[in-house]
Design a protein around this ligand. Structure first.
Ligand code: GLU
Length: 276
């Protein structure tokens, strides 16, 4: 009798445990559970982070993220890419929506108060994209002109604070929206990293219509964002990035992803070395 009771109780505990495990395994809110890993990228930036019409992903950030995930023990089919727009990145990490973010994410002191960064893994520079016949050639030409950038991005802040405080800045939620505005004439220029602008300019639908000013208005050190305090993941990612450079995968990805846009990237940065 007594034995039976215990057995029933154990069975109940077992059922609960199994239930909880099954639930944990399927829990779509966890950023990684041994089976799947969620990684934040951009979905609309050709050459960096792009979701293709067939649902696959391409770009340098995607390749870096895939390489890093492999070093963390995840195969490509275990990765779930999640869109993290510029203004959403810190929140996504703080909430634990994603394990890490590789999304043209510049390392800044302000952001470092909320999240931690591995890397850097790429050095880009803020630039301008304008119509082929535009007279805008330098930062100060933007004063009184309609300029597009993205909410929560470093270039938007830099323009307002330093480069052209009198520019008529429109902040959209993504650079692809800025591109549509540039094409329609709603804005006179788009500003963000040269790596991103080169990717758009080379797209079939925009080919021959725009030019980059080539200004190097800032240094954008791309880091991989992780939740603040997650030093175990941070260390593993830094090791993975070092390996990606030393085994030639970084160079191969750069050629594959930036070659089509003819983007002349800077050499691979050293881990922990931020170019101010
Ligand atoms: N690298 C810049 C940033 O992190 C601009 C690109 C972006 O908005 O993703 O803000």
């Amino acid at each position: 009798m007594k034995l039976r009771k215990v057995t029933a109780a154990s069975a109940a505990v077992l059922a609960l445990t199994v239930g909880a495990t099954a639930c944990g395994g399927k829990n779509s809110n966890s950023a990684s559970d041994g089976n799947k890993i969620k990684i934040g990228i951009k979905f609309d930036q050709p050459g960096l982070g792009l979701k293709q019409p067939d649902g696959s992903f391409s770009g340098f950030d995607v390749d870096v993220a895939t390489y890093v995930a492999k070093q963390l023990g995840y195969k490509p089919d275990q990765i779930q890419f999640v869109e993290t727009k510029s203004a959403d990145r810190e929140n996504a990490l703080q909430r634990g929506d994603v394990k890490f973010i590789a999304a043209t994410y510049s390392i800044t002191d302000e952001r470092k108060q909320k999240v931690d960064f591995a890397g850097p893994y790429l050095l880009a520079h803020q630039d301008l994209l304008v119509k082929k016949d535009s007279t805008i050639a330098k930062g100060t030409d933007l004063n009184q002109r309609k300029l597009c950038s993205v909410t929560g991005s470093t270039p938007a802040q830099h323009i307002q604070k330093t480069i052209a405080p009198k520019a008529n800045l429109r902040e959209y939620s993504s650079y692809s929206e800025c591109m549509a505005g540039l094409q329609s004439g709603a804005v006179d220029a788009v500003t963000t990293d040269d790596s991103i602008l080169a990717g758009y300019a080379a797209q079939d639908k925009y080919k021959g219509q725009f030019k980059l000013a080539g200004l190097k208005l800032s240094n954008e050190n791309y880091g991989i964002g992780v939740k603040k305090g997650d030093s175990a993941t941070l260390d593993k990612i830094n090791k993975a990035l070092e390996k990606m450079v030393s085994d030639g995968s970084w160079d191969a990805a750069v050629k594959k992803d930036f070659g089509p846009a003819n983007y002349k990237n800077e050499p691979a940065p050293k881990i922990g070395q931020i170019v101010k």
